[in-house]
Every structure is written in structure tokens, then in C-alpha cells.
Design a protein around this ligand. Structure first.
Ligand code: COA
Length: 416
């Protein structure tokens, strides 16, 4: 089956997570992604948090599937020459080096645009160009703090909290992928490449937009009625941490189910959707609440929302999280069990949909990884193993017109 991005050649000058997540997505959809790595060491994640000695770490394999690996020392003149050849015939270059690293290597945007005016140059940085922190190197948790996620996540009586979801890394990579695809469509119209830049701070903030909404509401009215602090607690002049409250108009909370005393994940998330109040009362066996003026409207419920959650927990006490959801789904109540990584890894639905896939790897044996979360009617993205370091060096160099002798010579001087 022809994949939509087949024929698009991408120089993948990325490392760690933000950049690799972007190029992996494009590789799933058919792009020819050539990962350029430093000879001898490669992407630092090949070695980080290894679970099998001498085999690429899962950190690497789960972010670099469907790619080729070319080792190249781009600080050596011979390495630069190879890179220039590759640039002349590629559609996109993606990088997430620290600020200024590409310029120092001799490949500024101006130089890249001169070498290949049709090429799209896509970058991830911690902060956007011109920002007063644009010289900072940034990792995931730093971005979560800088983008407003940490100050608004966690409980009000605890410190700012980091989310386990890679809001700074993979999320930024997804934003960059959208930027690259947009620039490719733009190039079809203009014939010109362009620079696409995404910052981790901006990408986190983009996902925290409801908190920016809340900041403005707070400034106008002095309180936020869907937060646990309302109506009994105090509000300051900044959006507080709301614990497990939802970010939207429906109150919700994580509620204990049977076995919570020993299982830290025996919980469900329960949402009290306004128009589902009647079915909720029926599901809980509380028909008297349906027309009771102290319960009938969201506004009436809010002052004693935690008493309502306690009543629901009493109903949940003899039900596992799965049994509870099986009952509540019949009443159309938005809810879900709190699932562990172990449960997700073994979930037959996720395996069937290709969201979690098992991939054979030359050195590791097979490993689990995520597949495309985006589903298409005409294409099922297939996940193949991440490349070994330099696995495709010969193939790529031969394709660029180098002879076997040239490749031998480049190896002798450790340029590849
Ligand atoms: N051949 C030769 N040199 C290479 C090379 C290659 N194939 N690939 C990279 N390098 C060099 C670069 O030229 C640079 O050298 P220089 O600093 O002497 O100019 C160096 O390796 C890489 O530097 P840097 O990217 O700053 O690495 P780091 O390990 O110090 O920092 C990050 C890592 C992630 C903090 C930093 O890259 C960063 O802030 N990136 C932008 C934001 C980002 O993506 N964060 C991570 C998200 S997971």
C-alpha cells in the first residue's frame, strides 16, 4: 500500500524525545527518515536506562522506529560534505539541538536555505526565538514548569507537580509534525521551503489553554466555581491547583473502588455531566435526588459536591473499577477505570487497534511500543524496529554516490 508521505526524505538530526517523536510519526506515515548520529555513541537515549546490557534501551527503540541510522561526524569537513549532499536531496531537516548548535556546526537557516531552497527546516527549542530565556537548554519537566502545567497540576496543599505525560517532549514533537506537514503543503503552492519552529514552552501552554481561560475568569469574578476551593475555600489572584477536578464545566473526581486499601489504582474517574444527573441518580439508587432542589442543578450541587462524591464512593465500595464502569456505561455516564501501565500493555483492544504493538528487534528480541494513535481508513501504519547505530550508513552513502572505497576512507578518519 502506498503511504501518503512516501517519497518525502527527512534528515532526522534529532535526539532524546521531542524531535524523535516527531520524525517517528512521519516515518510511520511513509517518510524516508534518516537519523544522523554521532559515530560511536549516537543518540544518548540508546544508552539511557538500559534494561539489557549492550542492546539499545527501550527509551531509544520506542522513539525511533521505522527510521534509518546514518553515523556522521558533522563537525569534520568530510562529514559536513556528506551532510551537504544529503541536504541537497532532502525535503525536510528536523533538529532539536541546544540553542545555536546548528549555527555553530555551520548550518544556519540561511546556509541551509542556500543549499536547498525547497527544504523545510524544522526545529524544537525550549523557548521561542527572541524569548528572554531563548539561550536555555530545556528538558521535559523544565518545559512543564515554564509552560504553566506545573503550577496548575497537583493538590492545593502540595507543591507544583509534574505530569507523567510528556507534555514538553512528545507533545512538542506532535506540534512540530503539524508544522512540517503544513510547510510541505505550502511548498506545493509556492515551491519554497521555510523554517518551522516550535518551542516546548509554547506547546505546553497550548495544552494549558483552559488554565489561561481560568486566570481571566478569576481576575473578573474572583472565584472559579468548578474548583474544589469553591465555595468553602479561598482564592488568591492566580489559578490554583485543582487536584483531580476536571478542567471543563462538568465536575469530576477520582473515586475509590473495591480494593483501594491495597491496590493504589483501584479507582475510577467519575464525571457528573449536567444533563446526566437523572441517570446518575438512577444508577446510584438515589431517585429522590433527581428533583431535590439541593441536588437538581449543577449550581445547587457544587457546595456539597464532595458529599456527593462520598455517596458515590459508598456505592462503589463493593464494586471493582471494572464492574463499576460496566454498570455506569449503561447509564451513559462518562467514566473510566484508572488503568495501570500493566493493564494497558495487556489490553486486547489496544493490541487489536495497533495502538500498542510488539516489534521484533535484532538485538533485543521483541519489545512493546506505541503504534500510531492516528487511525486512517486507507492506511494502517506499520511499526518496524528502530535501527542499530549506523545500520544504514553504507546504504545511504552509496545512494549519495559514494563508492565502497570512499566509505572505507570515511570510516578510517571516523567521519562516519
Ligand atoms: N556530529 C558531531 N557533532 C554533533 C553531532 C554529530 N552527528 N550531533 C550533535 N553534535 C554536537 C552538536 O553540534 C553540539 O555541539 P556544540 O554544543 O559543541 O555546538 C552537541 O553535539 C549537542 O549539543 P546539545 O544539543 O546542546 O546537547 P546537550 O546534551 O548538551 O543538551 C538538550 C541536550 C536536549 C538539553 C538540548 O539539545 C536542548 O535544549 N534541545 C532543545 C530542546 C529539546 O529538544 N529538549 C529535549 C527534549 S527531549
Amino acid at each position: 500500500m502506498t503511504k501518503p508521505l512516501e517519497g518525502i526524505k527527512i534528515i532526522d538530526f534529532t535526539h532524546v524525545q521531542a524531535g524523535p517523536a516527531c520524525t517517528q510519526l512521519l516515518a510511520w506515515f511513509g517518510a524516508d527518515v534518516i537519523k544522523v548520529e554521532r559515530p560511536g555513541s549516537g543518540d544518548v537515549t540508546r544508552n539511557q536506562l538500559r534494561d539489557i546490557p549492550d542492546a539499545d534501551a527501550l527509551y531509544f527503540t520506542m522513539l525511533n522506529s521505522n527510521k534509518k541510522s546514518l553515523t556522521l561526524d558533522t563537525k569534520k569537513p568530510e562529514g559536513k560534505e556528506v551532510l551537504e549532499k544529503l541536504i541537497r536531496e532532502s525535503d525536510v531537516l528536523v533538529e532539536n539541538f541546544g540553542p545555536g548548535a546548528l549555527d555553530r556546526m555551520g548550518f544556519s537557516w540561511e546556509r541551509l536555505n542556500e543549499l536547498n531552497p525547497k527544504m523545510i527546516v524544522a526545529s524544537v527549542k525550549g523557548f521561542s526565538d527572541g524569548h528572554h530565556y531563548d539561550d536555555l537548554k530545556v528538558y521535559e519537566n523544565v518545559a512543564q514548569c515554564a509552560g504553566g502545567a506545573a503550577s496548575t497540576t497537583g493538590f492545593w496543599d502540595g507543591p507544583p507537580t509534574i505530569s507523567a505525560a510528556a507534555l514538553g517532549d512528545s507533545n512538542t514533537g506532535m506540534h512540530l509534525a503539524i508544522g512540517i506537514l503544513t510547510a510541505l503543503l505550502g511548498r506545493d503552492k509556492t515551491g519554497k521551503g521555510q523554517k518551522v519552529a516550535v518551542s516546548m514552552q509554547d506547546s505546553v501552554l497550548n495544552l494549558c489553554r483552559v488554565k489561561l481561560r481560568d486566570q481571566q475568569r478569576l481576575e473578573r469574578v474572583g472565584y472559579l466555581e468548578e474548583y474544589p476551593q469553591y465555595p468553602h475555600g479561598e482564592f488568591s489572584d492566580v489559578v490554583p491547583r485543582g487536584g483531580n477536578a476536571g478542567g471543563g464545566g462538568q465536575p469530576g473526581w477520582v473515586l475509590k473502588c473495591k480494593g483501594w486499601e491495597t491496590d493504589p489504582n483501584a479507582y475510577i474517574y467519575f464525571t457528573i455531566q449536567g444533563h446526566a444527573w437523572e441517570p446518575i441518580c438512577k444508577a446510584l439508587g438515589k431517585p429522590e435526588w433527581i428533583d431535590d432542589p439541593s441536588y437538581k442543578t449543577a449550581e445547587a450541587r457544587q457546595p456539597h459536591i464532595f458529599d456527593i462524591f462520598k455517596t458515590i464512593e459508598a456505592w462503589l465500595a463493593d464494586k471493582t473499577k471494572f464492574e463499576a464502569v460496566d454498570i455506569l456505561r449503561k447509564f451513559d455516564i462518562p467514566c473510566a477505570p484508572v488503568l495501570t501501565m500493566k493493564e494497558l500493555a495487556n489490553d486486547p483492544s489496544l493490541r487489536a487497534s495497533g495502538t500498542i504493538v510488539e516489534v521484533p528487534h535484532k538485538k533485543r528480541g521483541s519489545y512493546l511500543t506505541v503504534g500510531s494513535p492516528i487511525k486512517f481508513s486507507d492506511m494502517k501504519p506499520e511499526v518496524t524496529a528502530s535501527p542499530l547505530l549506523g545500520e544504514h550508513t553504507d546504504e545511504v552513502l552509496l545512494g549519495l554516490g559514494y563508492s565502497r572505497q570512499d566509505i572505507f576512507n570515511l570510516r578510517e578518519i571516523k567521519a562516519v
